[in-house]
Design a protein around this ligand. Structure first.
Ligand SMILES: [Zn+2]
Length: 297
């Protein structure tokens, strides 16, 4: 090879190498560790997402429930054995619940999402807060290592998870936000006063009361987990100053539950019972009483 040839080779080598690598990667020959780039559309600092419409009775004096379909967009949530995705189940159930509540016409309804889109957990709570909601209901589907685990569970907020299972679940549901690096835990730790504590206790009691009603109204319509009511530290419920619950409709990891949650007839029974619980709870709220059976927990 003469000098000119060497110079040409030196210049050509990186180009050829790049071309060869490109060819190798694009034909899938090169076996490299998969790397994922997740691009998220985030609102600019201080910018808030638009508020969803409020549906139902025109009377603004009627109580408002915000229904939150868990996960969505790039966050599929848990997966079933046959490729079912939690984000699809939660959206179908949330839409079914919306339909049931609007048909009854007793309360006003807003959805955090009605399409397959991603929202950070804080945005979901923020929607309820800004709309002045009376109740926040987040719909999810559970997953467990044991395929035997089945049935619905109602979770309400606690500072400490009630057991290891609840803690693991809260960790999984909260993970959606770590992707964005959004610090959500900074709130609430600064302020510590008796008033805040009292407000928290009242919210906790009212949330548990709502959980009682979900189990009471739901028992004849669908199956619950052996421990139907639990408390856990869910980020999505943490920043709310209103009664709230996170309902795991069933276990997507259980084939029977996964099939049921996709069945429109089951969805209708689920949402009908949930709608009754919501309406009773909000009617009680109007009457201004927390029944004494929930006190002392
Ligand atoms: Zn979930």
């Amino acid at each position: 090879m003469d000098d000119r040839g060497i110079i040409a080779a030196v210049f050509a080598a990186p180009v050829l190498a790049a071309a060869a690598m490109w060819a190798a990667f694009s034909t899938g020959i090169a076996k490299i560790e998969p790397r994922y780039v997740v691009r998220l559309e985030l609102a600019a600092s201080g910018e808030r997402i638009g508020l969803p419409p409020i549906e139902g009775p025109a009377d603004a004096g009627r109580p408002l429930v915000v229904i939150d379909a868990g996960h969505g967009g790039h966050d599929p949530g848990a997966s079933g054995q046959n490729g079912e995705r939690e984000k699809d189940v939660t959206l179908a159930l949330a839409m079914s619940l919306r339909t049931a509540l609007l048909a009854d016409g007793r309360v006003r309804v807003a959805m955090t999402r009605d399409t397959d889109r991603f929202l950070v957990l804080e945005e979901r709570a923020d929607i309820a807060h800004r709309l002045g909601a009376d109740l926040f209901v987040s719909v999810h589907a559970d997953a467990a290592q044991s395929v035997e685990a089945r049935g619905a569970t109602v979770y309400t907020l606690s500072d400490k998870a009630s057991d290891a299972v609840a803690e693991a679940l809260a960790a999984r549901e909260n993970r959606a936000d770590s992707v964005n690096g959004v610090a959500l835990d900074g709130r609430g730790e600064v302020v510590s006063s008796i008033l805040v504590d009292l407000a928290r206790r009242e919210m906790r009691a009212r949330s548990i009361r709502f959980g009682d009603l979900v189990v009471r109204e739901g028992t004849s319509a669908f199956d619950f987990h052996v421990t139907p009511q639990r408390e856990a530290a869910f980020v999505v419920l943490k920043s709310l100053d209103l009664p709230s619950a996170l309902i795991e409709a069933g276990y997507i990891s259980n084939q029977d539950d996964a099939r049921k949650m996709h069945d429109p007839a089951w969805q209708k029974r689920f949402s009908g019972a949930l709608a009754r619980a919501i309406e009773i709870f909000l009617a009680e709220g109007r009457a201004g009483a927390v029944p004494s059976e929930t006190e002392g927990r």
